[in-house]
Design a protein around this ligand. Structure first.
Ligand code: UFG
Length: 341
């Protein structure tokens, strides 16, 4: 139960895929999330869906984080004790075509949030980073000590720069930050009420699978089967979005326990297990009994062969681990797709 004057957790991008699931987890853990979202890549009906799932009224502001004055009114009106910053553009291919859009949006939004946190003396920030910072790691599973590789896309570079901005800012201010390096988030809330809503043809594997099974796409193309992996297709660490959401709650609790002002640490958030593209396809067919037309196509530029997480640091320090299986995530994603019909 949240008390009426519980300080708020500001969730930028809180109507998006990972943000909306995190809002549910925050409420379940007794926090009071306040959403800021411009609904540029999400639907306003997510708010009602969140109210339906949680049975709570959801506070939200329709606002672009680039609007510093607008964001300032949120900090002035709410008593904010921490921030989870999701708001960002995230399409890898689009970022290659429109790099300035990505640099301006993803970096200025973060800088706006940080300047207001400083002004209103808010200490704790959880930042959405990505496994993309590792590129193709030299060793697997990849741990947080692994060197960061030159970014393959402007999107990936905004995550590396975002991390560096936070490391620099934490050193010289009261700011404390956890950088969560997400592996491949998939799935949906088991209620089928919230999930991923890509605009246009999906870029990512699981949204493409479920739209193909639903008959919205003719066939899935597997991007290459000549990689140096057991079945020739790329390997990723697919994590259920509800597990990922819970990692944010643990990160926030972890920050609140810190005594040093300059705390800044990165954590891998994955399952620790790699699955190939063909394994994902086979698991989907097996679990849902759906037909899934697919064909093998050429490699996609920029794809790494294999990446999966070492999750020991998150287990030890955040007291968190992924609980849900790939099968469960695919069934939940399929339920969500079916609810959209
Ligand atoms: N894939 C296909 N067909 C598709 C879509 C994807 O075969 O239609 C394959 C890809 O080639 C890859 C795997 O499925 O091997 C996963 O691809 P996704 O696009 O779902 O995920 P990525 O690992 O490419 O992307 C993830 C995050 C991005 C991040 C990127 C960086 O979703 O945010 O990692 O590596 F930037």
């Amino acid at each position: 139960m949240t008390l009426p004057n519980t300080p708020a957790i500001l969730v930028t991008g809180g109507a998006g895929f990972i943000g909306s699931h995190t809002v549910v987890s925050l409420i379940e853990a007794g926090f009071r999330p306040v959403i800021v979202d411009d609904f540029s890549n999400s639907s306003p009906n997510v708010i009602q869906r969140l109210e339906q799932i949680t049975g709570k009224a959801i506070a939200y502001y329709t606002l672009d984080c680039l609007d510093l004055q607008g964001l300032k009114t949120v900090f002035a009106q709410e008593t904010i004790s921490g921030v989870i910053h999701f708001a960002a553009h995230k399409a890898v291919g689009e970022s290659v075509q429109q790099p300035l859009k990505y640099y301006r949006n993803n970096l200025d939004s973060l800088l706006n949030v940080l300047s207001l946190m400083q002004e209103y003396q808010v200490q704790d920030l959880v930042f959405s980073s990505s496994a993309t910072v590792y590129g193709q790691p030299d060793n697997l599973p990849v741990d947080e000590q692994a060197p960061l590789k030159p970014a393959e896309s402007p999107y990936g570079f905004t995550k590396q720069v975002g991390e560096q901005i936070l490391r620099d800012a934490c050193k010289v201010s009261a700011l404390r930050s956890v950088l969560l390096r997400y592996f491949n988030p998939i799935g949906a809330h088991p209620s089928g009420l919230i999930g991923e809503l890509p605009l246009g043809p999906p870029n990512n594997l699981v949204p493409y699978i479920i739209q193909t099974a639903a008959g919205l796409r003719e066939r899935l193309t597997v991007f290459g089967n000549d990689y140096a992996t057991p079945d020739g297709t790329c390997i990723r660490d697919y994590i259920h979005v509800v597990d990922l959401a819970q990692a944010h709650v643990q990160a926030l609790k972890h920050l609140q326990k810190q005594t040093e002002a300059s705390y800044c640490e990165a954590f891998n958030i994955g399952t620790g297990k790699g699955n190939s593209v063909l394994e994902v396809i086979q698991t989907f067919i097996q679990e849902t009994n759906q037909g899934l037309p697919y064909t093998i196509g050429p490699r996609r530029a920029g794809d790494v062969t294999a990446v999966y997480a070492s999750v020991q640091k998150a287990e030890k320090q955040l007291d968190w681990h992924a609980e849900r299986s790939l099968a469960q995530a695919l069934v939940d994603a399929w339920r969500w797709q079916c609810s959209l019909k």
